[in-house]
Design a protein around this ligand. Structure first.
Ligand code: SF4
Length: 263
């Protein structure tokens, strides 16, 4: 027992502090790409030809973060360093159009309106729907509950029943077999409800877009409130998007649950 306590004290604090902006990820992390179209040679299509998901368009140069797998094949193929992947994990957006990244500023996710923030800003229960994914995104969602990210300190928790949820978190490309389950789960969540699409598959179908059994992500008639790009997204990308959507990143950074939750 004494040895355990000693080891615990030696470990120190492992939980990431807020504001999250202070967190720096290692160089090998592939976050938001930085584009410099002025470096592109006329007629060069090396990046778009290398892309496995047609996420890149040229003239003007732009990347659809909702389809990007962050594989960096485009960066490797580019002969003039026009595309460079940075370590910026802040990628989530409130609309599909906002995921189209071009040169210049990338707009971060906006907060919900005042009414929705009053409802969900301090306590948000979510039901996860794995709609035909590889479990990569699901693993990162599970990681949000560990001691490093400690999602529940912000009042956000996953629940077993959609009847007890304020919204759903969708992962996977939405296969034929899972579409019905997704719609039933969405219908079982009381209104007003939130829909969060996590990962390239849920946003656009990812590498499975166009496959016979894939519906290309969340069906268009289910309105999505937050898109979290990545393949899979880093837990910090998910956490950053959630806190921005809930209006918890104002005044320079996210606050922990307010008032403190009873344990
Ligand atoms: S990093 Fe994204 S845009 Fe670049 S090749 Fe891979 S999937 Fe395509």
């Amino acid at each position: 027992m004494f040895r355990m306590l000693k080891a615990r004290i030696q470990q120190g604090r492992r939980t990431i502090r807020v504001p999250l902006e202070a967190v720096e990820l290692p160089e090998r992390f592939r976050g938001r790409p930085a584009l410099d179209a002025s470096r592109c040679d006329d007629g060069c299509r090396a990046c778009s030809e290398a892309c496995p998901t047609q996420a890149i368009a040229i003239q003007p140069l732009r990347v659809d973060l909702g389809a990007c797998l962050f594989c960096t094949a485009c960066q490797d193929a580019c002969p003039s360093d026009a595309i460079r992947y940075t370590t910026d994990y802040r990628l989530a957006a409130r609309s599909r159009e906002a995921l189209i990244l071009s040169e210049g500023e990338y707009p971060l996710a906006q907060a919900l309106d005042a009414k929705m923030r009053r409802l969900f800003g301090r306590s948000l229960k979510l039901r996860q729907v794995s709609a035909g994914g590889c479990n990569g995104c699901e693993s990162e969602l599970v990681a949000l509950g560990n001691v490093v990210f400690d999602l529940s300190r912000f009042g956000v928790e996953f629940v077993a029943s959609p009847r007890h949820a304020d919204g759903i978190v969708v992962t996977g490309t939405v296969t034929d077999n899972m579409e019905h389950a997704l719609r039933e789960t969405y219908a079982a969540v009381p209104s007003p409800r939130l829909v969060i699409a996590v990962g390239a598959c849920a946003i656009s179908g990812g590498p499975f877009a166009g496959a016979d059994a894939s519906h290309g992500g969340v069906p268009r008639d289910i309105p999505v409130d937050l898109y979290v790009p990545g393949c899979p997204p880093h837990p910090l990308t998910i956490l950053d998007g959630l806190l921005r959507m809930l209006g918890r990143m104002e005044s320079g950074g996210a606050r922990e649950a307010d008032p403190p939750r009873a344990s």
